[in-house]
Ligand binder design. Structure first.
Ligand code: ADP
Ligand code: MG
Length: 454
């Protein structure tokens, strides 16, 4: 069989084993490069796809190939397309090898775009489950992918950890490079962006840095909350940001909190963010969590009974990354037990999550511990008293309510009997400042935290 024929037969078989979506994402561009002794070399479009096939679909692929070639023992080796040219150079064409047409590799261009963009191709709109909690963010993201630079600019997504911010913003980027191959897209964490900026300032080539970013059509900056407290860098950041913004380039930003709650954020940057579209992603409800689990199972070509899926979704009730981790554990358990799994097994495997939840810490508990440590009455924290000791206790409460429970500033204000969130920002800043230089504050906070965990 010629490599091309073999490739086609293998692909046809795969299509009967996985969903069309999975096929399109991972297998469509796969091709046989050569068969040497009992090693079959397969090229994958990029590194991510190679990873996924190797870890999740190796067995499926191996079985298919063994059946087609009628052999018992075959090694499969995966390579990434751009490595193929090197092989071509190093080895004299073999009989099978000669027949290979490399026209499939014409889309190297697209591949290069992907590598340059630092986008992960697995984060697509197709693999993103829409629920009421992320509907608005999803709709806006779709609109931006259709009309980058004009629909909503900048686009600011915020929400808790593991709720899909990175996935959604990368889905925009992936959709854009697919539809508009000439567009320059860059995904970058704020940390990396700032590091690069610092380097450029130190090496006195800020101009080059700005030019690099000016050449982009779409800049995707993740975890922008890292810019807090780095006041010295915000000036340069603002300049780069403005240059892009004013030339109509799309800017997409994600953060764990809204612009108004990023402490020490220059007001002009904040108002730039707020001048675009700001949307939040909330924790998924039970229905969405079940849909996400079903989607992941389908992607992996795996099966679990409905009551089991339901139970996992019930136990892991916020973070989607955790939900994926839990699913993986349960899948592995089920596989090693020939597909047998009971609700009790799920409880055993994920049980610690339930006890963790029972120990839910309340704001009142935190405030009581602060009052106890400082030997004052908790009522005084809520009072209008402004003497040093009471103010300090109040500020400690503000800091801990944010740090431990990640409450919204306005809610914190309410708990400590204050009207607006600026007082809270001030309080938190003061404690953050003290933590870095005052041993007593450091110890106090440690004591309170360890008492909470008892
Ligand atoms: P964040 O950036 O908000 O911390 P991520 O985007 O990294 O969260 O998401 C964590 C994991 O959960 C990723 O693997 C992502 O693919 C998955 N995920 C999040 N939201 C969804 C969704 N709505 N549908 C499918 N998978 C999701
Ligand atoms: Mg993220």
């Amino acid at each position: 069989m010629r490599p091309q024929e073999l490739t086609n037969t293998i692909l046809e078989n795969i299509l009967t084993k996985v969903s069309p979506q999975i096929y399109k994402t991972y297998f469509e561009d796969l091709s046989i490069v050569e068969i040497k002794e009992n090693t079959l070399r397969i090229s994958c479009k990029n590194f991510f796809i190679k990873e996924v096939i190797e870890t999740r679909y190796y067995q499926t692929l191996n079985n298919i190939i063994k059946t087609i070639l009628r052999v018992d023992n075959i090694q499969i080796e995966f390579i990434v397309k751009n490595k193929i040219d090197e092989i071509k150079k190093e080895s004299k064409p073999k009989t099978l090898f000669e027949e290979i047409t490399f026209n499939k590799f014409q889309d190297d261009f697209q591949d290069k775009k992907l590598r340059e963009s630092f986008l992960n191709p697995k984060y697509t709109f197709d693999s993103f489950v829409v629920g009421s909690e992320n509907q608005l963010a999803h709709a806006a993201a779709l609109a931006i992918s259709e009309n980058p630079g004009s629909a909503y600019n900048p686009f600011f997504i915020y929400g808790g950890v593991g709720l899909g911010k990175t996935h959604l913003m990368q889905a925009i980027g992936n959709a854009i490079i697919k539809k508009k191959p000439n567009y320059k897209v860059l995904y970058c964490t704020t940390e990396n962006f700032l590091n690069e900026m610092i380097q450029s300032i130190m090496q006195k080539n800020s101009l080059k840095f700005r030019e690099k970013y000016r050449a982009l059509d779409v800049l995707i900056l993740d975890d922008i909350q890292f810019i807090a407290k780095k006041e010295a860098l915000q000036e340069e950041f603002f300049n780069t940001f403005n240059t892009l913004y004013q030339s109509g380039k799309q800017i997409i930003v994600a953060s764990d909190k809204p612009p108004s709650e990023i402490s020490h954020l220059e007001s002009r940057i904040r108002s730039r963010f707020e001048g675009g579209l700001v949307v939040d992603i909330q924790a998924p409800n039970l229905e969405t969590r079940i849909a996400i689990l079903n989607n992941k199972l389908k992607e992996r070509n795996e099966f679990l009974p409905d009551p089991i899926i339901h139970k996992i979704a019930e136990i892991i009730d916020s973070n989607i990354r955790e939900l994926e981790g839990a699913l993986l554990k349960i899948s592995i358990y089920s596989k090693t037990n020939n597909g047998n799994i009971t609700i009790n097994d799920v409880l055993k495997i994920l049980g610690h999550k339930i006890t963790e939840k029972r120990k839910k810490i309340t704001p009142l508990e935190i405030m009581q511990l602060v009052a106890d440590e400082l030997k004052i009455d908790i009522k005084e924290i809520k009072s209008s008293k402004r003497n040093q000791e009471i103010s300090y206790a109040r500020q400690l409460c503000m800091y801990l309510l944010k740090d431990i429970l990640n409450l919204q500033l306005i809610k914190i204000a309410k708990h400590v009997g204050r009207k607006d969130h600026t007082t809270v920002i001030h309080g938190i800043t003061r404690i953050e400042d003290l933590i870095s230089k005052d041993i007593n504050t450091m110890q106090l906070i440690n004591n309170i935290k360890s008492n909470l965990n008892k």
